[in-house]
Design a protein around this ligand. Structure first.
Ligand code: C2E
Ligand code: MG
Ligand code: MG
Length: 598
């Protein structure tokens, strides 16, 4: 009986205790929720007023409970701590701060500081800080104040303000950075160079400056659009940044599509060349749009101290070298050489080198478009030869053609160009490019070499190319020298369907009656006659008369050397048929040129 009673009491007690427990837990939860709600209501009310002010603040502002739960975070704080969308009452990942050379958790700092001076603003200026998910150490100004947010003073909260000093640094850097790519800009480059020059006496350093331009950037921009071309520049800058770490150079984005590399402490120019070549190589397959790869090329100008440039000239010389590289086409590298800029080549050396240059494949045929004057459509092209000299880089024909003419080697070169062009025409036909005729510059020596016409006929047949697809250009001077011989051969060429242009017209002494005798059907007016055409009225009259004369003789007219809009408009008003010049395009390597035929 007693046992039974005891058992009942125990069960009853258990039930009572359990009930009590449930009631207590429910009450606690109710109280806790209420407290939390009170606190939130109170805070919402208070913060509402200042919300807008807080949100425009660049400082990160946080209010934390004593359990490190977030009650409030302004926009800057959401960014600073990468907070989730619903962050209220979630726990903050407490950052670490370095105080007296020791890393401590921020909440420990708050507790120990608040114990000493309650209700007082604590300031820790220039303090190093580390967020939990990152190893980056950065400097902040830290302010906090522990206070009671609710009416009954039971919930201590801490208001925290983080002033991230990285922003200050960013702002001060902004003036010395390129707006788009954030690379240091030209002003910064000049400052850095001056600092570098100042240290030169300390050890005998060699410095190289490399200026690189993405070729044809305005055309690229018109094809891919403004935004894509900006993306290309940003990608290019990122690429340079990575490379800069590997090769320990500094990179600057000077203007537009122009980048500067400062390479201090180089061993030799060869090292610089190998870096630049690598960049050029990697740039080819650097950017793809959809399925197609944009074949980007860049030209480079290099200046080296003390080899070729004095320090205060380094940047100017690099620009000169770049200009020379760009003049020669695309994807070229020029090293500034004071002598090279005056075209002071050693003729004897070139003469010796050029004998092997053909077999070593050092020549390359470039193509410059000839456009319809009215529509600007590419209707033809002129081939212009370039020599990739192993030491001098690219050499233009004005340097080596005269030597080749003296030595007779021009005949071999002429054969090479003709064969290259015919092979190219065949390729364009096979790959369904728009077919245009291509004109080849002919030297008098080739015409006189005997059996020239037979050779051309045989080559046309061998490559299965129609004669209408090639033209020959003969200069006014050479046409005059051996009038009879030349005329005979030119007539034969015309008979088989090959058109003849009279090149560089206006530089010789051709009389009108003489012109009639030369069997050319195209007249190319020389660049020298139109250089000043926009301003010089006499030149305007001469060129106009030449065009009229050519037309009277049944010839078509090409004006060479059109470099800008006003020139184009003036020549167009003179009723010229075709034009050629940098305004439309520089001479291009075949890969670049054929894009114009798509
Ligand atoms: P050219 O036949 O009168 O060729 C035109 C020249 O003017 C080219 O110079 C071309 O690059 C340049 N040019 C074209 N547009 C402009 C422009 O808007 N502004 C300026 N400043 N220049 C422009 P390049 O390529 O240096 O050729 C020079 C000459 O060398 C040619 O004059 C031609 O007579 C000769 N040449 C070139 N390739 C060959 C070749 O394969 N065989 C022979 N025999 N001679 C060649
Ligand atoms: Mg020509
Ligand atoms: Mg010419």
């Amino acid at each position: 009986m007693l046992e039974k009673t005891l058992g009942m009491v125990t069960i009853q007690n258990i039930i009572i205790v359990s009930l009590l427990l449930i009631i207590m837990v429910t009450m606690y939860l109710f109280m806790y929720r209420k407290k939390k709600k009170d606190l939130q209501d109170f805070l919402d009310e208070k913060v509402k007023v200042f919300q807008n002010v807080f949100n425009v603040s660049e400082d990160a502002i946080l209010i934390l409970t004593d359990k490190n739960e977030i009650l409030y975070a302004n926009k800057a704080a959401v960014d600073f701590f990468s907070l989730e969308k619903y962050f209220k009452f979630t726990r903050l990942d407490i950052p670490q701060v370095k105080i007296k050379n020791e890393w401590i958790n921020l909440d420990t700092l708050i507790k120990t500081s608040s114990k000493k001076f309650k209700e007082r603003m604590h300031v820790f200026a220039n303090t190093e800080c580390k967020l939990q998910k990152s190893e980056e150490v950065f400097v902040i100004n830290l302010y906090f104040n522990t206070t009671y947010m609710n009416v009954d003073h039971t919930a201590p909260c801490t208001i925290l303000v983080f002033d991230d000093m990285r922003k200050e640094k960013e702002k001060s850097l902004l003036g010395s950075r390129h707006k788009l790519t954030k690379l240091p800009n030209q002003q910064q480059a000049i400052k850095d160079l001056n600092a570098l020059y100042g240290k030169l006496h300390l050890n005998e350093q060699k410095i190289a400056l490399v200026l690189m331009n993405i070729d044809n950037f305005s055309t690229l921009r018109s094809i891919v659009g403004y935004e894509q071309s900006n993306i290309i520049l940003i990608k290019f800058a990122d690429y340079f940044n990575e490379l800069a770490k590997e090769f320990q150079f500094s990179v600057y984005h000077t203007v537009h599509n122009n980048f500067l590399l400062i390479m201090p402490n180089i061993d030799s120019t060869k090292d610089v060349l190998s870096v630049v070549k690598r960049i050029q190589h990697e740039l080819i397959s650097f950017y793809t749009m959809g399925n197609s790869n944009l074949h980007l090329t860049a030209s480079a100008g290099i200046s080296v101290y003390p080899e070729s440039s004095k320090t205060y000239n380094l940047l100017d010389d690099a620009y000169k070298a770049l200009a020379a590289a760009e003049k020669n086409g695309h994807g070229r590298i020029e090293i500034y050489e004071p002598s090279q800029c005056q075209h002071d080549y050693d003729e004897l050396k070139l003469y010796n080198d050029m004998h092997q240059a053909l077999s070593k494949n050092e020549f390359e045929v470039y193509y410059q478009p000839i456009v319809d004057a009215k529509t600007k459509k590419v209707v033809s092209a002129e081939t212009l030869i370039r020599w990739h000299h192993p030491e001098h880089g690219m050499i233009g024909p004005n340097i080596f053609i005269p030597i080749m003419e003296k030595t007779g080697l021009i005949v071999e070169l002429g054969k090479y160009v003709l064969e290259e062009v015919l092979k190219q025409q065949k390729r364009w036909e096979l790959f369904k490019f728009r077919q245009i005729d291509v004109s080849i510059n002919l030297s008098l020596l080739e015409l006189e070499s005997g059996k020239f016409v037979e050779y051309v006929v045989q080559q046309l047949a061998q490559n299965q190319v129609s004669p209408e697809l090639i033209k020959f250009e003969i200069t006014e001077g050479s046409a005059m020298i051996s009038e009879e011989q030349t005329s005979k051969q030119l007539l034969e060429l015309k008979r088989i369907g090959i058109n003849i242009s009279l090149d560089d017209f206006g530089t010789g002494y051709t009389s009108f009656s003489y012109l009639k005798k030369i069997p050319a059907n195209i007249l190319k007016i020389d660049r020298s006659l139109i250089i000043n055409i926009v301003k010089n009225e006499e030149d305007q009259r001469i060129v106009k008369a030449m065009i009229e004369l050519g037309h009277t003789l049944g010839m078509e007219i090409v004006v060479e050397g059109i470099e800008y809009q006003e020139m184009y408009e003036m020549i167009l008003s003179m009723d010229c048929d075709y034009m050629q010049g940098y305004y439309f395009s520089k001479p291009l390597p075949v890969f670049e040129f054929q894009k114009l035929l798509r």
